[in-house]
Design a protein around this ligand. Structure first.
Ligand code: SAM
Length: 480
C-alpha cells in the first residue's frame, strides 16, 4: 500500500487544492488578505503532531469539513490523539459537523464495488471488509483517515496469553474469549463464502489479524445511533476521547447543515457537554451504562473508581426441572427466559426481577402448587415476596455458592490487587486487569453479604403460605 508519509504536508497539493490556492491568491489581491493568512495558519497543527495527522487535517480542510471557525483541532493527549479547544467553548456549543458523504456505514458499502457481495452480511462484517479493502487501496477516498487509525488498542481482544492470565477467573476473560471465538468464526465464514470466491475484488490476502483490526476499530470508534444497524465510522468525530466528567449522552446529533463550500448534507454533529477553556480537551461520554468489562473489551481502558464495577449473575431454569415448562412460561410472560442475566453494580440495589426469578428457579416440593393455582401474572406477583422458608433458604444458598465458586477462581486476593494499585506504575493493560478483577470481587462480596444477611433473617420474614393463612383467618373473622 502506497503511503503519504513521504510527502511533506506543505508539498501535499492535490489538483483540487491547487485550484483552491489559486483562487485564494486571486482574492488576496481583491483585499481579502487577512482571511487568506489566517486560513492558511489555521491549517497548521502543533509541530510535534505526526505528519499523517497533519495530512489528515489538510484533507478535512480541503473537504470543507473544518474551517477557521472550527473550535477544535487534533492534538496529542494522554489518551493518544484527541480534540483540543482552540478557544473557549460554551456548554452546548457545536464543535464539529461531519457530512454524510464522509461517513463509512452500510450505505457506503452498498454503493461500493463490494456492495452486492455484502448484501445479507451482518452490518459490522460488511463495514469491516470495506475498511480492510480501503486500507489496501492506493486511491481510497478515506486514505488519509485510515492512515491515522491505530493498529490496535489495549482492548483485551489483542492481549497475549500472558496478559490474559492476569484476568484469570474473571467474567472479562470469558467474555473476551467468546468475542474472539465469534470474530474468528465469522472470519472463517466470510473468507469461505465471500473473500476466496471473489479474488477480482479481493486480490490481496486478508488475514484473521486484518479482520480483528477492523473489528477493534469498529468497536472502539464507530458510532451507532439506534443499535448495530446504524453503525458508522465518522472521520474526525472519532477523535473524541471519553471522560467520566461527562454525565450525559445527548451531545451527538444528526442534523442538516452546510457540508463544504457549496453543499448541504446530513451532518454528524457534536455539541460540547462541558464548558471548555482554550487548550482543554473536548471530551464525550462513551456510554453511561457500560461496565468496566465492556469498556475494557470495546475501548481498551477502564474508568478508575468503582462506578462501573459490575458482576453479571446468570441464572437458568434447568431443563431437567419437573416444572420446567410452567416455569419457563412464567419467566417468558414476564420478559425473561430460560437463561437470564442480572447485572449487579457496586453500591446499587439488586435488579428488581432477580428475587422473583430466583424464587421461580428454586420453586419445588409443596411450593410448586403455586404454579397451578394462579394466572402467570399472579404467580409472578406472588414471587415478589418470599414464598416459603425452604425456598428462601435455597435461593440464598444458590447465590452464596455461586459467589463462593466465582471468588475461588481468581488468582489474586483483594488485598494483593489493592497493594498493586497503590504501588502504581502498572502498564496500561495490567491496570485494566487489576481494576477489573478487583471490581468483580468486590461486587461478588457485596452480593454474598446481601444473601448472608438474608439468611440471618429467614426466621423473621413473612412467607406466602403464612400470609395466605393469615388472610383466610382475617376473612373468617370479618364474615363471622
Ligand atoms: C474513539 S477513539 C478516540 C481517539 C483515540 N484516542 C486515537 O488516538 O485515535 C477511542 C480510543 O481512544 C482511547 N481513549 C478514549 N478515551 C480514553 C480514556 N478516557 N482513557 C484512556 N483511553 C481513552 C482508547 O484507546 C479508545 O479505544
Amino acid at each position: 500500500m502506497a503511503s503519504v508519509f513521504s510527502l511533506h504536508p506543505s508539498t501535499f497539493l492535490s489538483p483540487l487544492k491547487t485550484t483552491k490556492l489559486r483562487t485564494k491568491f486571486q482574492t488576496l489581491h481583491s483585499s481579502q488578505k487577512p482571511f487568506l493568512i489566517s486560513s492558511l495558519k489555521f491549517k497548521q497543527l502543533d509541530p510535534k503532531i505526526p505528519r499523517q495527522v497533519q495530512t489528515f487535517w489538510n484533507w478535512l480542510c480541503d473537504e470543507g469539513v473544518v474551517s477557521i471557525k472550527t473550535p477544535v483541532k487534533p492534538a496529542i493527549v494522554p489518551e493518544g490523539l484527541g480534540l483540543v479547544a482552540k478557544k473557549d467553548i460554551a456548554k452546548g456549543e457545536t464543535v464539529l459537523g461531519v457530512p454524510r458523504r464522509l461517513w463509512i456505514n452500510t450505505d457506503t458499502v452498498a454503493k461500493s464495488e463490494i456492495g452486492n457481495l455484502c448484501t445479507g452480511l451482518e452490518p459490522w462484517i460488511s463495514i469491516a471488509l470495506f475498511l480492510i479493502r480501503e486500507k489496501w487501496k492506493d486511491d481510497s477516498k478515506w486514505k488519509y483517515f485510515i492512515d491515522v487509525l491505530p493498529e490496535s488498542t489495549d482492548s483485551t481482544i489483542y492481549w497475549s496469553e500472558e496478559e490474559l492470565s492476569e484476568i484469570q477467573g474473571t467474567q472479562l476473560l470469558s467474555t473476551t474469549l467468546s468475542v474472539k471465538d465469534y470474530v474468528q468464526n465469522e472470519f472463517q465464514k466470510v473468507e469461505d463464502e465471500v473473500i476466496l470466491g471473489n479474488k477480482q475484488l479481493f486480490p490481496f490476502r486478508i488475514t484473521l489479524d486484518d479482520f480483528f483490526w477492523a473489528f477493534g476499530i469498529l468497536r472502539s470508534r464507530a458510532f451507532s445511533r439506534a443499535g448495530i444497524q446504524n453503525l458508522m465510522l465518522v472521520p474526525f468525530a472519532d477523535l473524541a476521547n471519553h471522560s467520566a466528567k461527562v454525565t450525559t449522552e445527548d451531545h451527538i446529533h444528526e442534523v442538516d447543515g452546510p457540508a463544504g463550500l457549496f453543499s448541504w448534507d446530513l451532518l454528524l454533529s457534536f455539541q460540547s457537554p462541558l464548558k471548555l477553556k482554550a487548550g482543554d480537551q473536548f471530551l464525550i461520554q462513551y456510554g453511561l451504562k457500560k461496565s468496566n468489562a465492556d469498556m475494557a473489551i470495546g475501548y481498551g481502558f477502564i474508568e478508575p473508581g468503582s462506578a462501573r464495577d459490575t458482576f453479571t449473575l446468570t441464572l437458568e431454569i434447568s431443563k431437567h426441572d419437573d416444572f420446567y415448562k410452567d416455569k419457563l412460561d412464567i419467566a417468558e410472560s414476564n420478559g425473561l427466559g430460560e437463561t437470564s442475566d442480572f447485572d449487579i453494580k457496586l453500591g446499587q440495589s439488586l435488579p428488581p426481577a432477580l428475587f422473583p426469578y430466583l424464587r421461580l428457579v428454586a420453586l419445588g416440593g409443596t411450593d410448586a402448587s403455586l404454579l397451578e393455582s394462579f394466572s402467570r401474572k399472579a404467580v409472578w406477583d406472588h414471587l415478589e415476596l418470599p414464598v416459603s422458608r425452604a425456598n428462601e433458604e435455597l435461593i440464598c444458598k444458590i447465590v452464596r455458592d455461586a459467589c463462593k465458586s466465582a471468588l475461588s477462581g481468581y488468582h489474586t486476593t483483594t488485598e494483593e490487587d489493592a497493594k498493586l494499585m497503590k504501588e502504581g506504575n502498572l502498564s496500561s493493560r495490567l491496570q485494566i486487569a487489576v481494576g477489573v478483577r478487583a471490581g468483580e470481587k468486590v461486587v461478588l462480596q457485596q452480593i454474598d453479604n446481601i444473601f448472608r444477611e438474608r439468611e440471618w433473617k429467614l426466621d423473621e420474614l413473612e412467607y406466602h403460605q403464612e400470609k395466605r393463612l393469615k388472610d383466610l383467618d382475617q376473612a373468617k373473622v370479618r364474615n363471622s
